[in-house]
Design a protein around this ligand. Structure first.
Ligand SMILES: C[S@@+](CC[C@H](N)C(=O)[O-])C[C@H]1O[C@@H](n2cnc3c(N)ncnc32)[C@H](O)[C@@H]1O
Length: 296
């Protein structure tokens, strides 16, 4: 058979293969309604390309709840605060790692921590506050904490705190445990590996646990960035990295303006590698790759 003819026959057969049947009916109206809940409650903007992702992440919830359709799930979700929390936990993307975008931690060390320690002797200011906003399972705030612990030798005589927040209560629980799979240590530069203690457990169960003193620098809390923030004081630095990629332009812009108000004059804002700020944010200027400073 000539090639062209065989292709001509094969093409319709390939098109005729139906999509694998879905376990749960998932209509356009279901997608739009659930995407609206994600946007209204967490600021997370889900485009059409996230349809399959939403389906697969929420199918688990339907199974757990023994529901048979997304239509039923929408009814169950409406006004149900506890389920909205589970919904957000299911759809949030939590990828993170230790020393991610390492240049931020070099900058933190040289531009905030070391000057702070040097000035503390003269000025008497021993207070340092850092916020990891969207901390996921804790790798980011623990990275900040080991940098602080290493540079501030007598840190007990300082008032140093890291606040680590996320909307997702599942990842926060993991963060607060402070235990990580043993291979994670490979992400950590050798100079900092001493802050990770090997625990019992072998093979796939082998874990490392954060040094208790490092852990004690961090407070983990649930906080939805879209809601009012309960802070009295200002932060010396805010890390909000790889969180705003899930938000649309107006949400991101409003959030940056709120961050500016929450950073002390001369303090720092670190954002993710794909999140450069577009448009002016009064009071904030760029000082390099994804690093911003509040005007003095
Ligand atoms: C990809 S992780 C980034 C983790 C870490 N900052 C990093 O860069 O490695 C994004 C985190 O943002 C959180 N998040 C998404 N929307 C949020 C919101 N409205 N308020 C607080 N956290 C949110 C998610 O739960 C998720 O843990």
């Amino acid at each position: 058979m000539p090639l062209a003819q065989s292709e001509a026959r094969a093409a319709p057969a390939a098109q005729a293969v139906p999509d694998a049947p879905r376990e749960f009916a998932f209509s356009e109206a279901d997608f739009r309604s659930l995407a609206k809940v994600a946007y209204d409650h967490a600021g997370i903007a889900l485009s059409e390309s996230k349809r399959n992702l939403l389906y697969s992440r929420l199918s688990r919830r339907l199974r757990v709840l023994a529901l048979s359709s997304f239509r039923e799930y929408r009814d169950y979700l409406a006004g149900n605060e506890r389920e909205i929390e589970m919904f957000i936990n299911s759809i949030s993307t939590n990828h993170t790692k230790f020393f991610r975008e390492e240049h931020h931690f070099d900058h933190l060390r040289s531009h905030l921590v070391l000057p702070f320690v040097q000035a503390a002797h003269a000025s008497g200011n021993r207070r340092l506050r850092i916020w990891s906003a969207g901390c996921s399972s804790g790798e980011e705030p623990y990275t900040i904490a080991v940098v602080l612990k290493r540079e501030i030798r007598d840190f007990r005589s300082y008032d140093v705190r890291i606040l680590a927040t996320d909307i997702d209560t599942d990842v926060l629980a993991k963060a607060a445990r402070g235990e990580f799979a043993l291979p994670t240590i490979d992400e950590v530069p050798k100079a900092y590996q001493g802050y990770f203690n090997e625990t019992r457990g072998s093979g796939a169960d082998a874990k490392v646990a954060m040094d208790p003193e490092v852990k004690s620098l961090i407070t983990f809390r649930r906080l939805n960035l879209m809601e009012p923030w309960p802070f009295r004081g200002l932060f010396d630095a805010i890390f909000c990295r790889n969180v705003m990629i899930y938000f649309d332009g107006p949400t991101k812009s409003a959030l940056i303006d709120r961050f500016v108000q929450q950073i002390r004059p001369g303090g720092w804002l670190y954002i993710g590698h794909s999140e450069s700020l577009i448009g002016a944010h009064p009071g904030l200027h760029s000082v390099g790759r994804t690093i911003y400073r509040r005007d003095e």
